[in-house]
Write a protein that binds this ligand. Structure first.
Ligand code: AMP
Ligand code: MG
Length: 417
């Protein structure tokens, strides 16, 4: 594995910027192999492994986009009203079987096939029907209010490309083609554990100095949202032997290993050196706040993300680096554009130039204007403000203090709330 910049295992190695780290990770990843056939409903959240080719046109036939009258445009006078004889009715699912001849119109409902001979739909709101006739005002455009066969999806074309993650719209689209099964990438297998001697499991009273292990639940939520198969390995002590066993087990069973805690430079932080011995560490310091220490590398055949221990840093690093990495490994291509917008900041924010900071923010509409403010205390252990936030305020490396009224970049939570 290329190890730039500098020696990544050295505590004095140069840092990565967030952008360099993200790119370095994505550059190394290719989708894991394996696919399966699933029915349409089970495709929700799954990633298509091959293009879906349209076996028919959608719509299947030219049809009306409105309730009204199907007419022949050539019959309509350029000025004044035209009067046509109504010769029948076309319903969605019950076409008019005759022909619309010269001077004739067919009453038509939305979705009904266009009768032979007709080429234009006059909406019922402008037409005046009486005694088997319909009176049509001038100014109708030839071909108006028609949905053409194949205008949504054309027979033989790529209806959905491989690499697309299926959401509700995709399920509907697949069904609109009459397709019952699609081929999807297999789910990514992710093993995860928390590391730290101070971590207590929920459901038991805390001993002095202990904290409940919350990161495993945060990661459970984030990974479940991404549709991964999960291997929850619990809490592993700050003990090199126990950690080594956990890493060996995880790498034998999973595509990806996610850990939290123990990647810094404290005396109980063993993960970086251990992974360097068992596999490779690509880097471990990123110029971001929170979340500076983070390991990325390989153990056996599995990719490793060693996230920091602080609960908010876990979510920041997951969101900035891991989420898209898992998407790429799951076969998603191209990766979705990050949802970044520029908005006015409603309050002053203190920042030292140097690191890229991800602050928990709350976007809100005030007096018709979208503004953002801090969602509460910004300590890297404070999950409450993470829960109250709906976005990150992303302050670039070089930026200093933000004054109230200045514009900031905001990354809207997608999948985190
Ligand atoms: P570390 O990165 O191991 O030095 O941990 C940094 C901070 O995060 C310490 O205050 C830890 O107690 C806390 N921490 C680490 N792991 C977890 C966890 N799984 N749940 C909650 N807090 C944690
Ligand atoms: Mg620790």
């Amino acid at each position: 594995m290329a190890q730039t910049p500098g020696n990544p295992t050295s505590a004095r190695s140069p840092n990565y910027t967030a952008a360099q780290a993200r790119q370095a990770i994505l550059d190394r990843l290719t989708p894991v192999g394996g696919w399966e056939r699933v029915n349409v409903r089970s495709a929700l959240g799954r990633v298509l492994a091959e293009d879906v080719i349209a076996p028919c046109n959608v719509p299947a036939h030219d049809n009306s986009a409105m309730d009204g009258y199907a007419v022949r445009h050539a019959d309509l006078a350029p000025q004044g009203e035209s009067t046509l004889t109504v010769v029948g009715t076309a319903f969605a699912g019950k076409p008019f079987s005759g022909i619309a001849g010269a001077g004739q119109a067919v009453r038509i409902m939305t979705g009904a096939p266009i009768p032979e001979g007709a080429d234009t739909i006059v909406v019922q709101e402008v037409a005046r029907a009486a005694d088997g006739k319909v009176h049509v005002p001038a100014g109708q455009r030839a071909g108006q209010n028609l949905r053409r066969a194949g205008e949504d999806l054309a027979l033989g074309g790529v209806a959905l490309p491989a690499g697309k993650r299926c959401g509700p719209a995709e399920l509907g689209l697949i069904a609109s083609l009459g397709i019952a099964e699609v081929t999807v990438h297999r789910r990514l297998r992710v093993a995860f554990f928390s590391s730290g001697d101070e971590l207590a499991s929920i459901g038991k009273p805390l001993a002095p100095g202990e904290v409940y292990d919350s990161n495993r639940y945060t990661l459970f939520g984030a990974l479940s949202r991404l549709g991964c198969d999960l291997i929850d390995m619990g809490v592993v002590r700050d003990d090199p032997q126990a950690l080594e066993k956990a890493f060996r087990d995880a790498s034998a069973n999973a595509d990806v290993i996610l850990t939290s805690g123990g990647v810094s430079v404290g005396e109980a932080d063993f993960i970086r050196e251990l992974v360097n011995r068992l596999g490779e560490v690509a880097f471990w310091k990123i110029d971001i706040k929170p979340g500076r220490p983070m390991a990325f590398g390989r153990v056996g055949d599995a990719w490793l993300f060693g996230l920091p221990g602080n609960p908010v840093a876990v979510l920041v690093t997951f969101y900035q680096f891991v989420q898209d990495a898992l998407q790429a490994l799951s076969g998603v291509s191209p990766l979705p554009e990050p949802a970044l917008i520029h908005v006015e900041c409603a309050e002053t924010i203190r920042k030292q130039p140097g690191r890229r900071e991800f602050m928990r923010g709350r976007l809100a509409l005030a007096e018709g204007r979208q503004t953002v403010r801090l969602a509460g205390a910004q300590g890297s252990g404070v999950l409450r403000s993470m829960s109250e936030a709906n976005c990150f305020i992303v302050l670039p490396e070089e930026r200093g203090d933000v004054l109230a009224g200045e514009t900031v970049q905001v990354q809207i939570f997608d999948g985190l709330v």
